[in-house]
Ligand binder design. Structure first.
Ligand SMILES: C[S@@+](CC[C@H](N)C(=O)[O-])C[C@H]1O[C@@H](n2cnc3c(N)ncnc32)[C@H](O)[C@@H]1O
Length: 201
């Protein structure tokens, strides 16, 4: 088993953020723009929000955003960059902690790592989508992940979420597409994008 203690995982991420002035681009992820553009803003959960670019984009479009991350360093930085935007920054280790809030209109994960033995995490994120809400899972395509020394099969992939959806879900997007702007030192050229909508109101 690869499960680790909450504080060890948090320390690893804090160290990564602490060692860089900015770890990720300040730009919103392209898949979020495409997939959330036509959704009516309600409440959104940005899972593994990092330095907050996606949370800011959503908040500016009228979403009431809860941004959750294990790294206090990332959350403090994101809060500082975001100024007065109405975003609730929440520290949690989603492997061991409950999902903050419920019944979201959008639960969005961009490059959020879930080990296959931690599938319960994916299940709780699916459960956090409210009636009529959307789940958006975006992951780097396997070639880019391998180029960074990780094995994609060790992680729950967007297609893995499809297997967790019960009745009453419609899959809207399930494809691999060019990212537009390569990330990860040019290795991440393609995104796997999965969006599903829960029936309801
Ligand atoms: C690859 S980064 C992606 C950041 C951001 N979504 C983006 O696209 O720029 C993954 C993020 O997930 C956070 N994270 C990793 N494991 C976590 C966990 N168990 N619970 C909450 N956040 C976690 C990390 O701190 C990091 O900010």
């Amino acid at each position: 088993m690869n499960l680790r203690m909450d504080n060890e995982r948090a320390a690893e991420w804090d160290e990564r953020y602490g060692n860089a002035e900015r770890l990720w681009t300040a730009d919103v992820n392209p898949a979020l723009i495409i997939e959330a553009n036509d959704l009516t803003p309600t409440t959104a959960l940005d899972v593994g929000s990092g330095e907050g670019a996606d949370a800011r984009w959503l908040a500016k479009r009228g979403w009431e955003v809860t941004a959750v991350d294990i790294s206090q360093v990332a959350l403090d930085r994101a809060r500082e960059i975001s100024g007065e935007l109405p975003i609730t920054w929440t520290r949690a280790d989603l492997v061991v902690d409950p999902v903050p809030g419920a019944d979201y209109g959008l639960v969005a994960l961009h490059y959020f790592p879930i080990l296959v033995e931690e599938l319960e995490v994916a299940r709780k994120l699916v459960d956090a989508v409210g009636p009529g809400g959307s789940l958006l899972v975006v992951a780097h395509a396997p070639e880019g992940v391998r180029a960074h020394g990780f094995e994609p099969d060790d992680y729950v992939q967007p297609g893995g979420f499809a297997e967790l959806l019960g009745d009453g879900w419609e899959i809207v997007t399930d494809e691999t597409r060019e990212r537009g702007k390569a990330a990860g030192r040019g290795h991440h050229t393609h995104d796997m994008v999965f969006r599903a909508r829960r029936a309801g109101r």
